[in-house]
Design a protein. Structure first.
Length: 384
């Protein structure tokens, strides 16, 4: 667990919970979800002492739940925001290792060999982790998955900005002004990871599209493609939940009285406008991810339909050719069957030129039927 005190132009780490929040800043307490039960008493004390209200038991359960969807709830004193961020590759690999022992086989030396998760790596990354935020006026409590990169990267960035800022104005603009501002900045970082994932998903789907649209395609990765479509459904549902949670919080920010932001009315209005603008920006980024996921899903469905339409056209071409050839030889079979009947007296049977007359007529009939079929494009070669 880490305790960070933010002021107007600086931040510092603390080993113990302060008696009160800074007059021009706030306190941020963040910890891993695995440590929540250990430090729950201290968190309740911080909420009561610095925030002015105890945490509800229901909200404590929500913070402990790693599978909780993106959600927003509030009381008269604080807001609860749960946002699902994209899992890192290290976390995804650790999850596979946790699930693998039941299915692991043993390689050389008796060490278990982990079976990797099936499917393309890009779509395997569509795995999320819940991050919980309890937002007071002067206190922020955040519960992260183990080893969360969001909190660590933000602390490092804030330390760097505070250290290398040449004046107090630039430092003040880079240091969060309130707990809500800090949450919005971290959420924006989480959403950016979804935006970066779009390139990998698009590249993989474009590869499949090229394979499906080849003239003589023998596409066999149907299992991976169907799994990718289901993962796109998961991504779309995940972003919809994020959008609903952030939209509800945005509405709450707009309705908050300005006295909760700062004593100065002009400064309070400026800070609230900044947070509303940042919240709208986060929502816009989420909408872009949703639209991209839907577009990829529609593109995958369209290319599958085009693939089967092309296969159907090829089958029709083959059946048309076979039907035309059958129609060409059908009159010849009729003639040979006619002369193969067991009658004693038949025309051309006992004549010297009977065979050649019949052969010439059959050849002329073949040429005539083929010419008719060729003019009607029954035997035309399809252009690829």
């Amino acid at each position: 667990m880490q305790i960070v005190e933010f002021t107007a132009d600086s931040l510092r780490f603390s080993d113990a919970l302060p008696a009160q929040a800074p007059a021009d800043g706030f306190v941020w307490v963040f910890l891993d979800r695995d440590e929540f039960e250990i430090h729950e008493a201290l968190l309740l004390q911080a909420a009561q002492q610095l925030g002015g209200s105890a945490l509800l038991d229901l909200h404590s359960k929500d913070l402990r739940n790693p599978a909780h969807p993106s959600h927003y709830d509030y009381t008269s004193i604080y807001d609860l925001v749960i946002f699902r961020r994209l899992a890192t590759q290290v976390e995804t690999r650790a999850e596979v290792e946790d699930e693998a022992p039941a299915e692991a086989d043993h390689g050389q030396g008796g060490e278990p060999r982990i079976k990797p998760r099936g499917g393309p790596p890009a779509f395997n990354r569509i795995s999320s982790r819940a991050v919980g935020f309890v937002v007071f006026d002067r206190l922020l409590i955040s519960v992260h998955p183990r080893g969360c990169y969001t909190a660590k990267s933000f602390i490092q960035r804030s330390l760097s900005d505070a250290k290398f800022s040449v004046d107090s104005v630039s430092a003040r603009s880079r240091i969060p002004s309130s707990p809500a501002d800090l949450v919005l900045r971290m959420v924006n970082t989480m959403v950016d990871s979804y935006l970066e994932l779009r390139k990998e998903l698009t590249k993989q789907l474009e590869h499949w599209q090229a394979e499906l649209l080849k003239p003589n395609s023998r596409f066999i990765n149907w299992g991976s493609l169907m799994g990718a479509r289901s993962q796109l459904h998961v991504l779309e549902d995940l972003c919809d939940e994020q959008h609903d949670a952030m939209q509800e919080w945005l509405d709450s920010l707009r309705e908050q009285p300005m006295s909760s932001f700062a004593a100065d009315a002009r400064l309070a209005q400026t800070r609230r406008d900044q947070m509303v603008a940042r919240a709208r920006d986060v929502i816009e980024h989420i909408q872009r991810v949703v639209h991209h996921a839907r577009r990829l899903e529609q593109s995958a469905e369209t290319v599958v339909q085009i693939h089967f339409s092309a296969q159907s056209n090829r089958t029709n071409d083959i059946m048309r050719t076979l039907t035309a050839l059958t129609a060409v030889f059908l009159p010849l079979n009729l003639i040979t069957g006619f002369f193969g009947m067991n009658f004693e007296f038949m025309p051309l049977i006992h004549q010297t030129g009977g065979f050649w007359w019949t052969f010439g007529f059959m050849l002329l009939l073949v040429v005539g039927v083929v010419s008719v079929f060729w003019r009607k494009r029954y035997l035309a070669r399809s252009r690829r």
